[in-house]
Design a protein around this ligand. Structure first.
Ligand code: ZN
Length: 416
């Protein structure tokens, strides 16, 4: 069998023929060309007869062959497209502007959905930053053309990255638990962009939108979808109480005599965890706080009580309990909780709406954790858009399979 035939079969790329093969310093180089005689424009895929010029040969990285790097070599022509002007011709093996074949990109993206970043970049032998741009291209061709169709209940969330200096706004469909939109920034204008893309007609069909208690998001939702119920999900309400508790604890650490400081510092996790999740040591730490620091223990009880109220099923009961809680917090002589009480009263209707609708349930919180894990993994990407592409890759329902090639059509034998 000739080497070119062997490679034609092994590479198995549609509309592509291998014309020559040679070894280079770092692996195998295959000269290829498209089987179509008339060139196509890469931006509109139209057939264009008028050629402009031919570029220098370039290398496109393909999947390894028996552990050896494989590059496809081709000198792309430039065409003079009547619609787009002078563009590079379309090649069947790679996306426009990419130096990797689609098979390589799909495999890298498949790995990036699940594996740690060192696994992806070591196995595929590409820099992690490059994986970021690969994912952007894969997401662009795999996402549904209109992911904003049929939305009725939404969640809006801000995500911080780069050590909390930059933000991305994320919109989730509560019905499917999928991320449907994301954009850098976290102000009202960021969210207005989403509503512009959604359009007035689809905005009018929104029944409920859950947001954190930031005025920016509230303003944008009220403008675009005044008919939708604003819901403040428990994740954010409870975070207020967590933060207040932590402020009280830090204040107590500062004022405590030096010998007591360490114990107070160590109580942090015991105070923040759910009581039924405590280890024996943490339970002991908590009783220690109860015995020695009444202020801090009061703060702990405030946090736990708020969580218990949000577990309620009847919204009228929850409303009464929330008002009682706010009054207790306001008179607790703990300034951080007095502030939280004001916030809770200000947003009372939206918090009660959470109890009434049950929106932003465990699923949304699970998604939140997943997105945060992805953010940590994406550290080292060069732009917010690479991070957003990674979030879409993992949380918007994209199913990928690693690329496979077969010597005979797959229908005639068992495929895996
Ligand atoms: Zn064109």
């Amino acid at each position: 069998m000739r080497a070119t035939t062997l490679l034609n079969k092994t590479l198995g790329i549609k509309f592509t023929v291998v014309t020559a093969v040679e070894f280079a310093a770092n692996g195998l180089v295959c000269d290829v060309r498209p089987t179509t005689t008339v060139a196509r424009c890469s931006s509109c895929t139209c057939r264009v007869r008028k050629l402009y010029d031919t570029r220098q040969p370039r290398l496109y990285r393909h999947l390894d062959f028996g552990g050896m790097k494989v590059h496809l070599r081709y000198a792309p022509r430039r065409v003079d497209c009547p619609r787009c002007g002078v563009t590079t011709e379309y090649v069947p093996w790679a996306a426009p502007g990419s130096w990797f074949t689609e098979a390589f990109e799909d495999t890298a993206a498949f790995l990036a959905q699940a594996a740690a970043k060192t696994v992806v970049s070591t196995l595929m032998r590409v820099a992690w930053e490059t994986v970021g741009s690969i994912i952007e291209r894969v997401v662009a061709r795999r996402r549904p053309s209109d992911p904003l169709d049929g939305l009725t209940e939404l969640g809006v969330d801000e995500l911080s990255y780069r050590r909390h200096h930059e933000y991305v706004t994320i919109v989730t469909d509560h019905a499917t638990g999928r991320v449907v939109w994301a954009h850098p920034g976290k102000n009202a204008d960021t969210l207005r962009l989403f509503f512009q893309q959604l359009g007035a007609e689809r905005c009018a069909r929104l029944r409920a939108v859950s947001v954190d208690m930031s005025q920016a998001y509230i303003t944008a939702v009220r403008e675009a979808a005044p008919q939708a119920t604003l819901v403040f999900d428990r994740f954010h309400v409870q975070r207020l109480a967590h933060d207040a508790l932590d402020q009280v604890r830090r204040g107590e650490v500062r004022e405590a005599p030096t010998e007591d400081r360490k114990a107070l510092k160590n109580s942090r996790f015991a105070l923040q965890k759910n009581p039924w999740n405590l280890s024996d040591i943490e339970r002991a730490k908590l009783s220690e706080v109860q015995r020695t620091n009444r202020k801090l223990y009061r703060a702990y009880l405030l946090k736990e009580t708020l969580a218990a109220i949000l577990d309620r099923r009847q919204h009228s009961v929850a409303k009464t309990k929330l008002v009682e809680w706010a009054s207790w917090a306001a008179h607790s002589q703990l300034p951080p909780f007095a502030r939280t009480a004001k916030t809770v009263l200000k947003h009372l209707d939206g918090i009660v709406a959470y109890v009434a609708t049950g929106l932003s349930n465990a699923r949304a919180e699970g998604l939140n954790g997943k997105v945060r894990a992805i953010t940590r993994r994406s550290f080292g990407f060069h732009s917010a858009w690479s991070l957003i592409a990674m979030i879409f890759l993992c949380c918007s329902g994209i199913t990928l399979k690693p690329a496979r090639a077969y010597p005979v059509p797959p229908s005639t034998h068992q495929t895996l």
